[in-house]
Design a protein. Structure first.
Ligand code: FAD
Length: 473
């Protein structure tokens, strides 16, 4: 149903408004929106200030018009897709770096700034923002906060929520709140800051953030290890983490993924399980590398290569960098289902990977397995023939069985991409109905008219699909 958004013209905005089809089409999807859920918004608004955001939200809320925040659209679960029409609130023009405070290791930013631009600005002060996702150069800080993103360095430094100190945000009815503080810690009142982080634009629109920063380490080493079998690789990773190897990045590619990455980039690496490593330290980095090598040798590592220079590191890491594109381009007849993002306790990592690979063999499906292994995060892409309904159904079944198994192992359906549209069916299975009902109560309290990013997160917004943990209870 189309909404009349003519009221936007009467608002005295610093930013701009458009109902042009090309702009509306550009915000109908993100990277992960299923084609059947692509919906054009009725208008796109580019706010230029917090007061613009407040004016748009207040006016839309009064009229019952949905508003869906949109940033760079790199999300993988359809969270930014305006499935109920209304307004797409494009935050990318609020992209300023407000103030860098090196003495406090802090930066204040507007939400639309691209992650790597923050790193560039604070890098002049010898600082960096550690939890940037792999997509840090194509995604915004607001999008990262809204999805509680994390990245390759999360194993050492933590996720985005660990690095957000304070937020300014606008509620569905236009009220502006500040959550958190610039102090390093606080016990004051409910922790609204962490409630907004990861809420996928369903509770509030972030208009400014104070981020913590870290000093760029004096020493960095990067390398790649190759293992004869996937079990050797995953047990080596689990062993390294539990033994306390101080690693900044530890990424896994199984041999299916390695084959795809080799083909995509024309590399002549063995089609074997690979582990990519990076170490950060101010002193003693060689001891840490050797500690890791010793553990990997106990798991039969066949090659352990450390880069001598930065360009050498780029060469060693090429296969890891190409994964997202390599799996999409692997076979013209196959398309990826939405990407798996389960995360399990580290001791269960070998088991969940084994389980996924056994299912791939059982169903005769191609499923590249890779991920931020050090924090138990496992990405998998089930490739299916979109013209064959049985193939798609088998793919969906395998996808869901892997999530179910991750939950049984004490894990989560999503380590970093969020629930969005793609994982609504697992929310109750993961948290239980009582907990999800508390989440609904919070949503009702902050957005009683359900105008802020409706149709996301909650399983009742799914139509005609089995809700795991409810329909099979
Ligand atoms: C190649 C590739 C690699 C990726 N790697 C990673 C990875 O390593 N780790 C990871 O975590 N993710 C990864 N992602 C997923 C994605 O990049 C992240 O989810 C990212 O944080 C989304 O940011 P965005 O600016 O694109 O936001 P969008 O996709 O535009 O929006 C994401 C969500 O944030 C909400 N939102 C946006 N701005 C605001 C705001 N100001 N206030 C409130 N809500 C807002 C939207 O409504 C939506 O719900 C990857 C994606 C790609 C394509």
């Amino acid at each position: 149903m189309g909404y009349d958004c003519a009221f936007l013209d009467d608002l005295d905005l610093d930013g701009s408004v458009s109902t042009d089809a090309s702009y509306r089409e550009g915000r109908a999807t993100d990277w992960g929106t299923p084609p059947d859920l692509e919906t054009l918004p009725d208008a796109v608004v580019w706010p230029a200030s917090t007061s613009d955001v407040a004016a748009v939200l207040a006016a839309a809320n009064e009229r019952g018009v949905p508003v869906t925040p949109y940033a760079a659209g790199s999300g993988l679960e359809g969270s930014a897709a305006p499935t109920h029409g209304g307004i797409s609130l494009d935050m990318t023009r609020m992209d300023g770096i407000v103030e860098v405070r090196p003495d406090d290791l802090q930066v204040d930013v507007e939400p639309g700034v691209i992650g790597s631009d923050v790193d560039e600005a604070v890098g002049r002060h010898g600082l960096f923002f550690p939890p940037l996702p792999s997509s840090g150069d194509i995604s915004t800080i607001g999008g990262m906060i809204a999805t509680d993103a994390s990245g390759m360095k999360t194993v050492k430094y933590g996720e985005v929520s660990d690095w957000v100190l304070r937020l300014e945000a606008v509620l569905a009815d236009g009220r502006v709140i500040t959550a958190g503080t610039k102090a390093a810690k606080s016990s004051s009142g409910y922790n609204l800051k962490d409630l907004v982080v990861g809420s996928e634009g369903t509770l509030a629109v972030v208009t400014e953030a104070t981020l913590k920063l870290a000093g760029i380490p004096e020493q960095k080493r990067a390398g790649r290890a190759i293992f004869p079998t996937i079990d050797d690789a995953t047990s080596a990773i689990s062993d390294a983490i539990t033994s306390g190897v101080d690693v900044a990045t530890i990424e896994l590619l199984d041999e299916t993924t390695a084959t795809m990455a080799n083909a995509y980039a024309g590399l002549d690496l063995p089609d074997a399980p690979m582990v990519f490593l990076e170490f950060h330290a101010d002193h003693g980095i060689e001891e840490e590398v050797e500690f890791c090598r010793t553990i990997f040798e106990a798991h039969d590592v066949s090659q352990f290569e450390m880069a001598a220079t930065e360009s050498e590191m780029d060469r060693l890491w090429q296969a890891r960098k190409d994964v997202a594109y390599a799996s999409r381009e692997w076979d013209d007849d196959l398309e990826p289902l939405h990407p798996g993002d389960v995360t399990v306790p580290i001791s269960k990592y070998p088991e969940i990977i084994r389980y996924a690979r056994d299912l791939a063999a059982e169903y005769d499906l191609t499923i590249p397995c890779f991920g931020h292994a050090g924090d138990g995060n496992f990405h998998y892409v089930v490739l299916v023939d979109p013209d064959d309904p049985d193939h798609v159904a088998a793919g969906e079944e395998v996808y869901a069985r892997i999530v179910d198994r991750a939950l049984e192992l004490g894990g989560t359906a999503t380590g970093e991409h969020g629930i969005g549209l793609g994982k609504r069916e697992f929310l109750v299975a993961e948290h239980g109905e009582a907990t999800v009902e508390v989440m609904r109560a919070i949503k009702r309290a902050l957005d009683p008219r359900d105008t802020l990013n409706p149709g996301k997160m909650f399983p009742e917004t799914l139509e005609g699909k089995r809700i795991r943990g409810v329909d099979d209870a």
